[in-house]
Design a protein around this ligand. Structure first.
Ligand SMILES: [Zn+2]
Length: 60
């Protein structure tokens, strides 16, 4: 049984929004930002402890 689930969220280093998609990640390992169009492997990664009965905030 796990104590708490850790969720990692990746942020765009340019506009700092957590809207990164995988961009051909299996080939390039890069991420794509839907907001500013940034594509690259350098991202800001932050870890959160996920509450048990609610999902992490997501931007649609
Ligand atoms: Zn961006």
């Amino acid at each position: 049984m796990k104590k708490s689930e850790e969720v990692k969220i990746k942020y765009c280093p340019k506009c700092r929004t957590p809207n990164l998609d995988m961009y051909a990640a299996s080939i390039t390992g890069a991420y794509y930002c839907r907001k500013c169009g940034y594509i690259g492997t350098v991202v800001i990664e932050k870890s959160f402890n996920k509450p048990k009965s609610s999902s992490p905030p997501q931007h649609e």
